[in-house]
Design a protein around this ligand. Structure first.
Ligand SMILES: [Zn+2]
Length: 397
């Protein structure tokens, strides 16, 4: 049997040690012995997790590897957006170089897939899309990267952006992005008309940054739900952040949750420490698909963040008061299978037939893996070892 490896002494979901046979980039069998001539890799009793997924990143703007950025930005969303556009040019934040750096760190942390929002605006045009695509192509054997064409500086308030979004999608961007239809563009109907038309034209899903809180966010969310139902876009739309679901009016939140379920609209939460956030367990219990990601890290918006999805899972757990082992398992399910559902990844998981994307950590249980966040011992992508002991086997510029 060629192109095969048997991983022994690994524990799936913290169970008894078993074996995983990988053949032709997929998991072929669990629990069997090594066929003749197949190399054996001893996992040493490590916990095997499916490849981690970062379902919300901003690869084009991290400042990892650059001098420390002294952050003196104002408090409003628009302050951060305006500041970033100026600083990108002043500091030379190269989308290719910076996304390559974050990609390589992500591989070392056991991430097998990334959905990255990538800025499209009238200052830089589609240069960031080109840069991230170049990095994506360079590391395509180590990680899968999906691009969202993202109108960070507004869509309708910045004439010319819509045409650039269309160009980014023609170039191969995978998802149509959006941003605060009421709060940013001040024209929720126009904004949603524009992005749903782009999604229809290119046959792509949608992922909207919805920071709008309280009543305003609820208004935009309901408009989005209505539109998804009217256009039959169930299962193809994600609302990222959705801080409005953290508002105290539980009846309004329940009504929105019912709408999200009916329209198959997914929710992305980072478990933000500084904003009201959607309740992950309640959304899941209601049947809404929830996903998570690291969002921007070490950029002009803020100094925090790492590409580590186990750390993100811990932060989601802390913010949602998840303490029991079964609650931490739920948090990891969000960061793995939830993310895979939102990104419509086929054959994801640890059962025979799935792509051989997995990560080994020294932890007794899933809950311990999240609480302790041990170094990733071995990271395998499509059957190939891509990182050992927390370090990717590829390097970044
Ligand atoms: Zn974001």
């Amino acid at each position: 049997m060629e192109n095969a490896t048997l991983h022994t002494q690994v524990r799936l979901a913290g169970g008894e040690p078993t074996t995983v046979l990988v053949h032709d980039r997929r998991i072929q069998a669990l629990g069997g012995a090594a066929p003749a001539g197949v190399p054996v890799v001893d996992g040493g009793g490590a916990l095997m997790l499916p490849g981690l997924i970062d379902a919300h990143a901003h690869l084009d703007k991290t400042m990892y590897g650059m001098p420390w950025y002294r952050n003196e930005v104002g408090p409003r969303l628009i302050d951060k957006i305006e500041n970033e556009r100026v600083e990108k040019k002043r500091l030379g934040i190269d989308p290719y170089r910076q996304s390559a750096r974050q990609i390589v760190m992500s591989i070392g942390d056991g991430t097998s897939h990334i959905r990255s929002h990538v800025d499209v605006d009238t200052d830089i045009g589609v240069a960031a899309i080109e840069g991230v695509m170049r990095a994506r192509d360079q590391y395509r054997d180590e990680i899968d990267v999906e691009l969202v064409a993202f109108p960070q500086s507004g869509l309708l308030i910045r004439p010319g952006t819509l045409e650039l979004m269309d160009q980014a999608l023609r170039m191969g961007a995978d998802v149509v992005g959006g941003l605060d239809p009421a709060g940013m563009d001040r024209d929720p109907k126009g904004h949603l008309d524009a992005i749903f038309a782009l999604a229809d034209k290119h046959g792509k899903p949608i992922d909207i940054h919805l920071h709008e809180a309280g009543e305003l966010g609820a208004f935009s969310m309901q408009m989005t739900i209505d539109r998804v139902l009217a256009l039959g876009m169930q299962g193809k739309v994600t609302l990222s952040h959705a801080f409005c679901l953290g508002m105290p009016d539980t009846q309004a939140v329940q009504a929105l949750t019912d709408g999200l379920l009916q329209a198959g609209v997914h929710i992305m939460t980072t478990g933000s420490a500084s904003r009201p956030v959607p309740n992950v367990a309640r959304l899941r219990q209601a049947g809404v698909t929830v996903c998570t990601g690291n969002d921007g890290m070490r950029d002009t918006w803020g100094p925090y963040g790492k590409p580590d999805m186990l750390e993100r899972t811990m932060l989601v757990g802390l913010r949602n008061n998840l303490r029991r082992d079964d609650e931490l398992e739920l948090a990891l399910d969000v960061a793995t299978y939830g993310n895979a559902r939102v990104m419509q990844l086929a054959d994801y998981g640890l059962t025979p037939g799935c792509h051989a994307d997995f990560v080994l950590v020294d932890a007794e249980t899933v809950a311990e893996a999240i609480a302790a966040r041990p170094v990733r011992k071995l990271v395998v992508k499509r059957g190939k070892v891509v990182a050992r002991d927390g370090r990717a086997l590829v390097s970044a510029p």
